[in-house]
Write a protein that binds this ligand. Structure first.
Ligand code: A2P
Length: 275
């Protein structure tokens, strides 16, 4: 199997594949193995972070796979100690060194850390790195609408906002703010890890109807919603399964039924948590 995944255009001209491979909490060895397998299955988008401590493994897996660098889309993220104009450059240099690549496709502020209140400066540093070609696209992660607004007030608009998002927590407020600013929404933990999401009767019914699994129905909902999604799996069969969602389509009623699964279950609060 080698599936070609649709891409969404980003403002800078980069194109982000709508399904990527989440790599937390894989260590370097696991990441190298899983990334190499994933490339063989058709994955071209790989999501890592300084904080995951597996950038070396992701880079090694990509090299082992033999894929051309230009055909891979690599996202990484940096921690709060680098939230300054110059700090971003040091973080990026360290990440590209660990990855063994000259540039990253997408660089994200991992958490806003509003108590530190340095993400505007950090974003300016990211734009400078982008102008130098060290990073193709710049974005944020775990930003609430108020954090996005503060950036927008400074004339800065991220290309992507990666947030915790699944049918239990569809993040309508964040998606609306992203849409208004022209920011692509990306879902981390799209399968609702730690919840009973994949046991939902609605998902089981739709899975039976389409000959798919509940996880494939959820990922299909992401893609049809215009969201980029990065399910993590270390299992070759589930890696393949998570990519195999382009031969069926949920109808509008099914799409809104999925939105109706919203539970009010909390997400990690980025006003109080961050690293
Ligand atoms: P595994 O690595 O053993 O496949 P998320 O990315 O939403 O945080 O989800 C990751 C979790 O979901 C991991 O525990 C992963 O386990 C599991 N997972 C990934 N793909 C599937 C799938 N298609 N069906 C069921 N569980 C999955």
């Amino acid at each position: 199997m080698n599936i070609s995944v649709p891409v969404l255009p980003l403002r800078s001209g980069a194109a982000i594949p709508q399904i990527g491979l989440g790599t937390w909490p894989l260590d370097d060895d696991e990441a190298a193995r899983v990334v190499e397998t994933a490339v063989g299955l058709g994955y071209r988008h790989f999501d890592t972070a300084e904080n995951y401590r597996n950038e070396k493994g992701v880079g090694a897996g990509l090299r082992r796979s033999g894929i051309d660098r230009a055909d891979a889309f690599i996202t990484t993220k940096f921690n709060k100690e680098w939230h300054s104009y110059d700090g971003v450059r040091r973080a990026l240099d360290a990440s590209t060194q660990r990855l063994g690549t000259e540039y990253v496709d997408l660089l994200l502020i991992h958490w806003p850390n509003p108590g530190l209140d340095q993400y505007v400066d950090a974003f300016r540093g990211m734009r400078a790195a982008q102008e130098e070609g060290l990073v193709r696209a710049v974005g944020v992660s775990n930003f609430k609408p108020a954090h996005l607004q503060k950036l927008a007030d400074a004339g800065l608009v991220p290309e992507v906002n990666q947030v915790q998002l699944d049918p239990y927590r569809p993040r309508r407020d964040v998606r609306a703010a992203n849409d208004e600013l022209g920011i692509v929404t990306e879902a981390w933990s799209p399968l609702g890890k730690g919840t009973s999401l994949l046991e939902e009767a609605l998902l089981k019914d739709l899975a039976a109807k389409y000959g798919k699994t509940p996880a494939q129905v959820v990922l299909r909902w992401d893609v049809q919603s215009g969201i980029v999604t990065i399910p993590k799996s270390a299992n070759p069969q589930r890696l393949a399964e998570n990519l195999d969602i382009f031969d069926f389509e949920l109808d509008p009623g099914e799409m809104s039924a999925l939105e109706g699964l919203e539970t009010g279950l909390p997400v990690t609060d980025s006003d109080s948590f961050g690293h």
